[in-house]
Design a protein around this ligand. Structure first.
Ligand code: IPM
Ligand code: MN
Length: 373
């Protein structure tokens, strides 16, 4: 397609705003995606579909048929957050989280990348001392479609007084996510730390053996293994010790929230979930129903997620870097939402923060235009 003499490429993005603060932060993420599109002459067709409690409200299903069909056809999927306290007591198939797990399973996105890098401008926002935080840059690679979240059998036993979940991994499942960790380490500092509980769990023994075997194909990458309890401690005691942190599903869920404390707010962190088809991109924060609809949420996690979508989902490294630069610049200029503002200091709302960052994405575009005129 041609537009004013520029070649324009079109991508279809399925946007699932979800619940709680999801729609608010996603509105800013869409704005950022459009700004990047304008600057780099890429066209995005954004179409919205319900997921989670929004799916239950729209179609009686946390992962409605319409959404299933749309994500399968999309080039990438952008998701806000799911979760609604009003459905806490609902049967499992009607819970928002069930919709999210079904979405991950359908897309087969087995590798969840959660980068945790401290912004220099926000070093004083972390409860950890500044001298431990400088240069912290960890990539958590979390297995996302196996383990306890999906294992069968599961459920309450008759009468409800006991319950079961199953932790099962095949060597094949471990191998493919381990490869993602080693490949990522090659692009970074060449170090993988694999997390397990091999002193107690057979699944972890298989995990450790399999990761060690995959590691032989990557002699240039240093591999070490930590028990999950030690990893949890080291993550706050010495976060610079980590480059790529490879974990199974549940350990990764827990460690990634812990890692968020390093950067100062869960609201800052993005994620990319990759498999063999379209990728799924979501901030790691939840639906935060307590602040939903009040223009208080931090949109940076969602906007940084757009950068991951561009880089990992569409292979567009330059626009991705432009979005990331705009986020850093806004923070350096002092833009703060409530979660990262000093107490008592004035803070921007969700929308205002989104506008600041979006303006900075378009900056180079405007200066080019003014040079031309
Ligand atoms: C996350 C979330 C989800 C998870 C929930 C909402 C099911 O906590 O993405 O980390 O546990 O995977
Ligand atoms: Mn989580």
């Amino acid at each position: 397609m041609r537009d004013a003499g520029r070649v324009v490429k079109t991508y279809t993005i399925a946007v699932l705003p979800g619940d709680g603060i999801g729609p608010e932060v996603i509105a800013q993420a869409e704005r950022a995606l459009e700004a990047a599109g304008e600057r780099f002459a890429i066209e995005f067709t954004l179409r919205r579909f319900p997921l989670g409690a929004a799916g239950v409200a729209a179609a009686g299903d946390p992962f409605p048929e319409e959404t299933r069909a749309a994500v399968a056809r999309a080039d990438a999927v952008l998701l806000g957050a799911v979760g609604d306290p009003s459905l806490d007591q609902a049967p499992r198939h009607l819970r928002p989280e069930f919709g999210l797990l079904a979405l991950r399973a359908q897309l087969g996105v087995y590798a969840n990348l959660r980068p945790v890098a401290v912004f220099p401008a926000l070093v004083d926002r972390s409860p950890l001392k500044a001298d431990r935080l400088e240069g912290v840059d960890v990539l958590i690679v979390r297995e996302l479609t196996g383990g306890l979240y999906y294992g069968e059998p599961r459920g309450r036993d008759a009468g409800g007084a006991s319950a079961v979940n199953t932790l099962r991994y095949s060597a094949a499942e471990i191998k493919r996510v381990a490869r993602v960790a080693f490949e990522s380490a090659r692009q970074r500092r060449g170090h993988v730390t694999s997390v397990d509980k091999a002193n107690v769990l057979e699944v972890s023994q298989l995990w450790r053996e399999t990761v060690t075997r995959v590691g032989r194909d990557y002699p240039d990458v240093r591999l070490d293994h930590l028990y999950v309890d030690t990893a949890a401690m080291r993550l706050v005691a010495d976060p610079r010790a980590f480059d790529v942190l490879l974990t199974e599903n549940m350990f990764g869920d827990i460690l990634s929230d812990e890692a968020a404390v390093l950067v100062g707010s869960l609201g800052l962190l993005p994620s990319a979930s990759l498999g063999d088809g379209p990728g799924l991109f979501e901030p790691i924060h939840g639906s935060a129903p307590d602040i939903a609809g009040r223009d208080l949420a931090n949109p940076i996690g969602a906007i940084a997620t757009v950068a991951m979508l561009l880089r990992h989902g569409l292979g567009l490294a330059e626009p991705a870097a432009a979005v990331e630069r705009a986020i850093s610049l806004a923070l350096e200029q002092g833009a703060r939402t409530r979660d990262i503002a000093e107490s008592g200091a004035p803070a921007l709302g969700t929308r205002e923060m989104g506008l600041r960052i979006t303006g900075l994405i378009g900056e180079a575009q405007r200066s080019r235009a003014s040079v031309a005129s």
